[in-house]
Design a protein around this ligand. Structure first.
Ligand SMILES: C[S@@+](CC[C@H](N)C(=O)[O-])C[C@H]1O[C@@H](n2cnc3c(N)ncnc32)[C@H](O)[C@@H]1O
Length: 285
């Protein structure tokens, strides 16, 4: 289970190597804030895969939140969230999909699902989110796409990636191929898209140390590196150490993260036509 990796990296997760999570969060906090202006407040909220709780912390500074529940499987991440959020958020160590199934239908105003599709099947998760939402409720999705950092795992590190099963894990995961596919996924589950952005950022790996920090210490390759005996982490560490010596002249590597960020809405029962979407082009940040 990838959560073993998150237990290990929980303390340094917020260092956010490359600033990818922080930039994405700034974007979806704004999306939610804008949409909340047309809604009655406070918003009862569920965070599926809450991690260290950064989003609820940011949101509660911007708008009134009602009852908040956060699910995560990693004890380490939940501990960080508890330190940050105190007792006002109910934190439960449960599989996000199963937990969502247990909550009453149409009981929340806002469902958050950020960087979870690498671990949980998208369709059932989106169906549960839809069921949980009151009509008119908001669903915020952020996910890396399969194109994200492609220069690393398809290019420079294709052999290491194959050895560690990175490509296999990527293809097994529910992360969409690209931003369009993530929009289609939401529309197909009945959501109306309110706002969306494909956030592309240049990521600069100065040396192998950067690749190692990103892959091993920030949790980005969590699904591929996890095994009960820590063998894959040991293999990856050895490969990185060797490569650092032999391949140093190949650096730096420029690559791009690609994050699909979408705010959607569960339609009101009386709606017959979908509302027009607010489109945003691919904007480098
Ligand atoms: C990349 S982190 C994202 C955390 C947070 N949503 C954020 O945006 O910073 C993924 C989180 O999902 C959690 N996770 C993985 N599989 C899960 C599952 N089946 N149910 C609940 N949480 C899960 C991990 O423990 C980790 O905290």
């Amino acid at each position: 289970m990838a959560t073993r990796v998150y237990d290990r990296v929980a303390q340094c997760y917020d260092e956010d190597w490359g600033g990818i999570y922080t930039a994405a969060r700034a974007c979806y906090v704004e999306q939610i804030y804008r949409a909340s202006k047309c809604r009655s407040l406070p918003l009862d909220t569920v965070d599926l895969g809450i991690g260290t709780g950064n989003l609820l912390l940011d949101l509660e500074r911007r708008l009134p939140l009602g009852k908040c529940i956060g699910f995560d499987l990693s004890r380490g991440m939940l501990r960080q969230a508890r330190n940050k959020l105190g007792e006002k958020v109910e934190l439960l160590r449960e599989d996000a999909l199963l937990a969502a199934r247990r909550l009453p239908a149409e009981s929340v105003d806002l469902v958050l699902c950020h960087f979870l599709l690498s671990f949980v099947a998208a369709e059932p998760l989106l169906d549960e989110a839809y069921r949980l939402l009151r009509p008119g409720g908001l669903f915020s999705l952020a996910t890396s796409t399969q194109r994200s950092l492609g220069e690393l795992h398809n290019g420079r590190f294709s052999r290491t990636g194959r050895l560690l099963g990175v490509q296999r894990e990527l293809h097994k995961a529910s992360t969409p191929a690209d931003h369009q596919q993530s929009l289609e996924l939401l529309r197909a589950r009945g959501f109306t898209i309110i706002e969306h952005r494909s956030q592309r950022r240049q990521v600069h790996f100065e040396s192998f140390n950067d690749v190692r920090d990103w892959a091993l210490n920030s949790g980005w390759v969590a699904a591929s590196l996890d095994d009960p005996f820590g063998m894959r982490i040991a293999i990856a560490t050895a490969i990185f150490a060797l490569a650092r010596i032999t391949l140093h002249p190949l650096y730096p590597i420029e690559t791009h993260s690609e994050i699909s960020i979408v705010l959607a809405r569960k339609p009101l029962e009386v709606e017959t036509r979908p509302m027009p979407e607010l489109r945003q082009a691919e904007i480098p940040v």
